[in-house]
Ligand binder design. Sequence first.
Ligand code: SF4
Ligand code: SF4
Length: 70
Amino acid sequence: MKSKDQLEVKINPDWCKGCGNCVSFCPTNVLAIDHHGKSTMVNREGCILCGMCEKLCPDFAIWIGGKEDE
Ligand code: SF4
Ligand code: SF4
């Protein structure tokens, strides 16, 4: 089990369809849709790793993973 400081939100833009679920429901508003229509992290320090984005993404395009993972 990794500790929180080893974790971060990962986004796979190839799978993201820009539905905005993660952006709308992130409690700290640290996600946005970029000019390519993909979800992007705009304030990594503000992310509390709650997992809401991962839970609500219909396309498995965003998840909490280890910082070192590919
Ligand atoms: S883990 Fe929580 S705080 Fe972090 S980006 Fe996802 S919804 Fe927002
Ligand atoms: S919920 Fe998933 S598909 Fe929708 S914008 Fe976020 S990452 Fe992209």
